[in-house]
Write a protein that binds this ligand. Structure first.
Ligand SMILES: NC(=O)c1ccc[n+]([C@@H]2O[C@H](COP(=O)([O-])OP(=O)(O)OC[C@H]3O[C@@H](n4cnc5c(N)ncnc54)[C@H](O)[C@@H]3O)[C@@H](O)[C@H]2O)c1
Ligand SMILES: N[C@@H](CCO)C(=O)O
Ligand code: NA
Length: 427
């Protein structure tokens, strides 16, 4: 048995304190599995006096995280500060420059700077915690499915959004009410925009797509829509039509290249992702020859996220090498990013129209002009002279045709508010 793996941790918030606690609580089993001790020797955070519920006795303290990377007694740097720039980025660059491996939970950093970091000669950087927290989805793709060709995957990667959508459905509440409550209870951030505008999901999707398809991390190519526009009315219609609305991150290999998109989607009740509720995350992967794999679990929180960070540390302690994105930098594939306009799928479209003769004829004429075929149509009740909801479900059609039709529908005099559009997925 070689000597202990000496760990330096920067950032002692939810995840950092969770990692210190897990390494202490499971010290014996981690040593047995790693073949050596994994020991925290140094830490850095902003407030030395703060009580984090974990003992920092005997650990070297650094006010400046970059100084922690220079500590010659630190073998591996764990970055748990967060953010694509600033101290987290400075620390990771300093650690890699010093030839030290890095473990991080920072999805923003990997999504925005992953390609540049991966290109650094000899860089060793692990980030299982960054995607779907405790679900070992990066290991599943990079190791477990290393022999498979991945056709695509779809997942629920943001617990905050899934919690909000689950409560909106179960309690028939609107978005603003549930968000305010989630903030009051401390689930959602005071500025929750990364979560609810889909950016956090897009970070995770960009990272996972790079590994699934062996190409560079391409955050800029991801089409991103969040959940602010999801209404209680559309959730009720989804229920009636046999769907659940989820914020999905989807990546697919098509003949034209790789499609990556984040948006609310209607998922049939029988599909694996439909029944994943609350703060849970889940991902459905399609591989050849393995077929379909479904992983579900906790995507956030101190324990689940620490579980992923510690697994990465054990890999390092074992001396297991793995290229950052699953293939060597020079072997990364160049595959085109497919624009959203080229996406093909089925759509749910809700219009608020004036209840008067001829309106449906006008609407269907627009759809006909753009070659869009309808699967079903729904209208409840009558309200002459007032606005009523009309729901249209299309057959598979091209996004560009749908977008053009919506522009024309929105301009019709009988259409009262901007049309609501939700894509239908089979995952
Ligand atoms: N909380 C989760 O459940 C979760 C899940 C997956 C990934 N992550 C990621 O893990 C990382 C940490 O998240 P968190 O929830 O623990 O955040 P947090 O806000 O609870 O903790 C951040 C820590 O970084 C420290 N810090 C900030 N600036 C610093 C500086 N200049 N120098 C030294 N320390 C500094 C803070 O003092 C704090 O201890 C983020 O990248 C986040 O996206 C979090
Ligand atoms: N804000 C994230 C945390 C985990 O990345 C979520 O709600 O899922
Ligand atoms: Na993970």
């Amino acid at each position: 048995m070689t000597g202990a793996l000496a760990v330096g941790i920067a950032g002692l918030g939810t995840v950092g304190a969770g990692v210190v606690r897990l390494l202490a609580d499971h010290a014996a089993l981690i040593e047995a599995r790693a073949g050596r001790k994994v020991t925290v020797v140094a830490v850095s955070a902003r407030d030395r006096a703060r009580n984090r519920g974990v003992s920092l006795e005997g650990l070297r303290w650094y006010d400046d995280p970059v100084a922690l990377a220079a500590d010659t007694k630190v073998d591996v740097v764990v970055e748990l500060i967060g953010g694509a720039d600033g101290p987290a980025h400075d620390l990771v660059m300093a650690a890699l420059a010093a030839g030290k491996p890095v473990v991080t939970a920072n999805k923003a950093l990997i999504a925005m700077r992953g390609s540049a970091l991966g290109a650094i000669e000899g860089a060793s950087i692990r980030f299982e915690a960054a995607v779907a927290g405790g679900i070992p989805v990066i290991k599943a793709l990079r190791e477990g499915l290393a022999g498979d060709r991945i056709a695509g995957f779809a997942g629920i990667f943001n617990g905050t959004c899934n919690y909000i959508l689950s409560r909106m459905r179960a309690e028939k509440l609107d978005f603003a009410t549930v968000l305010a409550d989630a903030q009051a209870q401390g689930y959602a951030e005071a500025d929750p925009s990364f979560d609810i505008d889909g950016i956090d999901t897009a970070h995770k999707l960009a990272i996972l797509a790079a590994i699934a398809f062996g190409r560079e991390v391409d955050f800029g190519a991801v089409h991103v829509e969040g959940i602010r526009g999801v209404s209680a009315l559309d959730i009720a219609f989804a229920e009636e039509l046999g769907y659940r609305i989820k914020l999905l991150g989807i990546a697919r290999a098509t003949d034209a290249g790789i499609e990556t998109r984040v948006h609310p989607a209607m998922v049939p009740l029988a599909a694996p992702l439909a029944r994943v509720d609350g703060v849970n995350n889940a991902v459905v992967i399609e591989g050849d020859p393995v077929g379909q794999i479904v992983l579900q679990g906790r995507g956030a929180g101190a324990g689940p996220t620490a579980s992923a960070v510690v697994a990465d540390l054990i890999d390092l302690a074992r001396g297991r090498a793995a290229p950052m994105l699953g293939v060597a930098p020079q072997a990364l594939a160049r595959r085109a990013a497919v624009p959203m306009a080229a996406h093909r799928g089925a759509y749910f479209l809700r219009l608020m129209v004036v209840d008067q003769p001829g309106v449906i004829a006008d609407v269907t004429a627009v759809l006909r002009d753009h070659g869009i075929s309808l699967e079903s149509m729904l209208q409840h009740g009558r309200s002459p002279g007032d606005a009523v909801a009309v729901v249209l479900v299309t057959h598979v059609t091209q996004e560009a045709a749908m977008a053009a039709a919506i522009t024309r529908l929105a301009a019709l005099e009988s259409v009262q508010v901007p049309p609501a559009l939700i894509r239908i997925e089979t995952a």
